[in-house]
Design a protein around this ligand. Structure first.
Ligand code: ATP
Length: 148
């Protein structure tokens, strides 16, 4: 009897203004959608959605790859997922000292606010990006707290 490939896969591209960060066939993707995390398996219905700052989880066989993504869009078309993000980093690409410095700057800006305005929203987004990078880099708050 003919052997059928039962392990359907889906092609994932993660693209930023800098470069193609990831391009590979994978088993499943869990992405940070605006209304919560979205799981995308092969043959998912076509869709287009906005992504928020969060962790993109990529499942490939036994492997689980995490990426820190900033805001962007995800398009699912047949057997392809295309993620266009403002920034995306694998854990090993994340400069922890830089993220800690960005976190500190954002916290200082938020503490010095006189009113909740555009500057506040920018500082809040910057803080979220920094915290997300630290999380993806495997530096939980309690682990780096003593270094601050
Ligand atoms: P910073 O204030 O440190 O620049 P940011 O959140 O404002 O942080 P982004 O605008 O999100 O930075 O990203 C700009 C570029 O720098 C992107 O290419 C992003 O991948 C990269 N980048 C930002 N922070 C880090 C980091 N901690 N480690 C590695 N790359 C980073």
């Amino acid at each position: 009897m003919e052997r059928r490939d039962v392990r359907a896969r889906i092609h994932l591209d993660v693209v930023t203004p800098q470069k193609i960060e990831f391009s590979k066939e994978v088993d499943m993707v869990v992405a940070p959608g605006y209304d919560g995390y979205l799981g995308i398996l092969p043959s998912h219905i076509p869709m287009m959605t906005r992504l928020r700052i969060g962790t993109l989880k990529i499942y490939d066989g036994e492997e689980e790859i995490n990426m820190a993504v900033s805001e962007g869009y995800m398009e699912v078309t047949g057997e392809n997922i295309i993620i266009l993000a403002e920034a995306a980093e694998l854990p090993e690409e994340i400069d922890v000292e830089r993220a800690l410095a960005a976190k500190r700057r954002a916290e200082e800006r938020l503490a010095a606010l006189a009113a909740w305005d555009v500057k506040a929203l920018k500082a809040q987004a910057s803080l979220q990006r920094a915290l997300n990078r630290l999380k993806v880099a495997g530096k939980a708050k309690n682990k780096f707290a003593e270094r601050e």
